[in-house]
Design a protein around this ligand. Structure first.
Ligand code: ZN
Length: 281
């Protein structure tokens, strides 16, 4: 199943996306995606019934999709998690998982504009598979991790490299407003297939810049959930950016950064695509 958050001019609400052409509103069942995810066991049957009946169905192209979880409780992101990306940065393969956070204010819709920060000439793209947590928990074992995933999205971990590199912490360089687009919907875990075998690409102005496969993740999704939940309670709707493959703009020779006017498309097989235009802040 594919679940999106959308607005049809009024309040945002969740909906079921059918055939990528139709959306069935679920506002009568849950006011927002966090509520839907947190109560999924109780609501799944009613969601499936609404989808089958096409109750109140709308043309998907006529509504505006927002980030599937408009304000996650946490947005966590792992650095240096594909071998080819590590090689291009000149860094060592990490012994421990490298985590940083992106603030809720960075969340951006799947087709909304990315702001190039004032004065920035080093804003970069990073296509990533995004995990949305379903059942929360602490100390989740690697072998139990799959049961805690609600679904998967396509994300762009937009990164301002000057701010990222000028201190030992990545966080500020990853935290600008609009720099966490994801979507276009959540593909539920049961419908996503083997998520460690998905083609993943980023195309800027028609040129393919990143072209890899999630089979090359160094720390798997299950490794990541086990590590994070050792430290913190994961909660329904928490969002995890799982790392980017090689080909980022800063590592190209010469660098090929995002500037106002650029068009960025991030896509993952089976999960869809998000597309953004870059504008000056
Ligand atoms: Zn990243």
């Amino acid at each position: 199943m594919k679940l999106a958050t959308f607005t049809n001019g009024g309040a945002a609400m969740p909906g079921v996306v059918i055939n990528e052409t139709t959306i069935v509103p679920l506002g009568a069942l849950a006011p927002d995606m966090l509520t839907l995810i947190a109560n999924w066991d109780a609501l799944q049957g009613a969601v499936e019934a609404a989808a089958a009946a096409r109750t109140g169905a709308l043309d998907l192209a006529a509504v505006r999709l927002l980030a599937p979880v408009p304000r996650p409780g946490k947005i966590l992101a792992i650095g240096l998690n594909y071998a080819d990306h590590i090689a291009e940065t000149g860094m060592e393969k990490p012994v421990h998982q490298i985590w940083f956070t992106k603030p809720g204010t960075a969340v951006n819709g799947p087709y909304d504009d990315i702001q190039i920060p004032r004065g920035s000439t080093m804003t970069d793209y990073e296509v990533e598979m995004v995990v949305v947590i379903g059942k929360g928990g602490r100390h989740i074992a690697k072998e139990d991790a799959a049961a805690h995933v609600f679904g998967y999205c396509v994300g762009n971990d937009v990164s301002e490299r000057v701010w990222q590199r000028r201190t030992a912490q990545f966080t500020l360089g990853k935290a600008f407003d609009t720099h966490a687009p994801f979507g276009p919907w959540i593909t539920t875990a049961d419908a996503a297939g083997d998520v460690h075998e998905l083609g993943i690409r980023c195309v800027v102005d028609g040129e393919t810049r990143q072209d890899s496969n999630t089979q090359h993740l160094i720390f798997s999704v299950w490794d990541q959930i086990a590590e994070l939940s050792t430290v913190m309670t994961l909660e329904p709707g928490d969002v995890i950016y799982t790392g980017t493959p090689g080909g980022v703009g800063a590592a190209r020779k010469p660098p090929a950064m995002l500037l106002p006017g650029c068009h960025v498309r991030c896509e993952i097989d089976g999960l869809g695509a998000i597309e953004s235009r870059c504008i000056a802040e």
